[in-house]
Design a protein around this ligand. Sequence first.
Ligand SMILES: [Zn+2]
Length: 92
Amino acid sequence: MAGQMERGARAGTWGAASQRIRDKLWQGTLPADDPVKGWGSNGSGLPCAGCDDVILSSDAEHEVEMSDGRALRFHVKCAGLWRVLKQARSRE
Ligand SMILES: [Zn+2]
């Protein structure tokens, strides 16, 4: 039983980002449809649409454009999480 408690406390930032993106998808804050365009660039210093942390210029940024013209920027890992989680959501 003690071991289970320790595992929960060690979820770390990766788990937190994943949880935040999942919450936003389920609440509709993040779109669940596919972007029309996507490209990579250097971090812009603006907040990530997924985890809300700033994308530092030392990080890679993944930017997408939705069919309604809305642009979203993510950390590369958050873009990956978003893609996987929205697919999971569309199957439910
Ligand atoms: Zn992020």
